[in-house]
Structure formats: C-alpha cells, structure tokens
Write a protein of this length. Structure first.
Length: 226
C-alpha cells in the first residue's frame, strides 16, 4: 500500500455537517428578516442555492452573484420584498458561528495526528466564514495548514487549486498525497484532475462512474486504509 504523508481533508459534510449548519443559519436569518422560514421554505432556499453554485461551476455566473442572488430569487419566489444585501451579510455571519461535527470527526483527526500524517484542510467557500467555523469547532489544531478557495484564488475541482496547495506544503510527490471528501464534483474530480489519489466519503451510499481510489461510509474506515 502507498505510504501517504499528506492528507487533504475536506471540511463541509466531511468533518463538519454543513447541511445542518446551513439549515440553522438560513432559518435564523429568514426569520429575523420576516421571510418564510419553515421546513419547506428552507428546503426551497437550499435548492435555489444549489442551482446558483451549479451555474457558477459551469461558468454561467460570477461567484459574487451567488451570495445575494440566491436570497433575491428566494424572496421573489415567495413574492416578498427584502433587503437581500443585508440578508446575505447576516447569513454569512450566522453561518460562521454554526458548526456541527460529523460523527467520528474528532476521533479520526486524533488518530491521523497520532500516526504522524500532515493534515491540510482543503475547502471551498468564503475565507472569513470558513476560518471562523474551523476555529470555533475545535478542529483547527489538527491541521498543519488551512486552504480556503477564496484565499487560494481557485477552487476545487480546479487543478490550479491543488497546485496552489502543493506549492505551499513540504511534500511535492503527488503519489504520497490523498484527497478525502464527500463531494464528487469538487473533492473527487479535483483529485482526479490533479493526479492525486482520492477517498470518497459516501455515507449516503451514492453511485458514481468516477474512478475513485478508495470509498468509505464512515470516517473511522480511514484507519484501515492508512
């Protein structure tokens, strides 16, 4: 088995439960601004948000169009008037203080640290939000460095993102690196694009045609791979 030295660990829905954090943050902000905030409304926001990110990944819109645009579309859907700039800013602040750890996250970080692996947080998102969430959740101490797409100037799955990460870590041999994450479109495709082995965290038993190096259903299964 390949002896890896450097692990690129995704954050959202790999170590931290972004889905739950988003649900709480969105519900709080929508309620504070007098907009529909029940379960169905939050689900609608999530669907709208996903559409915006997909459009961005396809190059149809600029990234800065996502943050306010998703709330504008949400308000229009419910025929509501809203200060979407204020809502967007409040959401970023609220999301940064919401963090729920995935089952087994701390245990696997403790294990990997004890085994001497170099751990790097590799995450898409706003730098201010992600750094704060990583710090406040208590997982910051496990990482040798943290690479947020906004600071890197590129995002997963772009090859340039991982090139940037590799330029800023001691290890240069890609055969000794492993990308670990839940997202096929960013983590796994990013590893493939960058010629780095991949480990797909797939707790929901999804299917894929991507050629993945490893697949796990629980974070604890990493112990058997490394």
């Amino acid at each position: 088995m390949v002896k890896y030295t450097s692990l690129f660990l995704d954050i959202d829905n790999t170590l931290l439960d972004f889905t739950k954090a988003e649900e709480v943050a969105v519900g709080t902000v929508l309620k504070n601004h007098g907009l529909p905030h029940n379960e169905a409304a939050i689900a609608k926001y999530s669907a709208i948000n996903q559409t915006y990110w997909e459009r961005f990944e396809k190059g149809e819109i600029e990234k800065n169009e996502i943050y306010e645009g998703r709330f504008r579309t949400f308000a229009e859907f419910f025929n509501q008037k809203a200060d979407t700039a204020a809502i967007s800013e409040d959401y970023k602040n609220e999301l940064s203080v919401q963090y729920f750890k995935i089952d087994g996250a701390i245990d696997i970080l403790e294990y990997l640290t004890a085994k001497g692996y170099r751990l790097y947080a590799t995450t898409n998102g706003l730098a201010s939000t992600q750094y704060r969430r990583i710090k406040n959740s208590g997982i910051e101490k496990y990482f040798d460095d943290i690479f947020v797409s906004e600071s890197a100037g590129h995002q997963k799955p772009e090859k340039e993102y991982f090139d940037y990460v590799i330029d800023n870590i001691p290890e240069k041999d890609r055969s000794k690196m492993l990308v670990v994450g839940d997202s096929l479109s960013s983590d796994i495709l990013g590893g493939i694009n960058s010629n780095i082995d991949t480990c797909w965290f797939n707790p929901n038993h999804k299917k894929t045609e991507y050629k993945i190096t490893y697949e796990i259903k629980k974070l604890s299964e990493l112990e058997n791979l490394l």
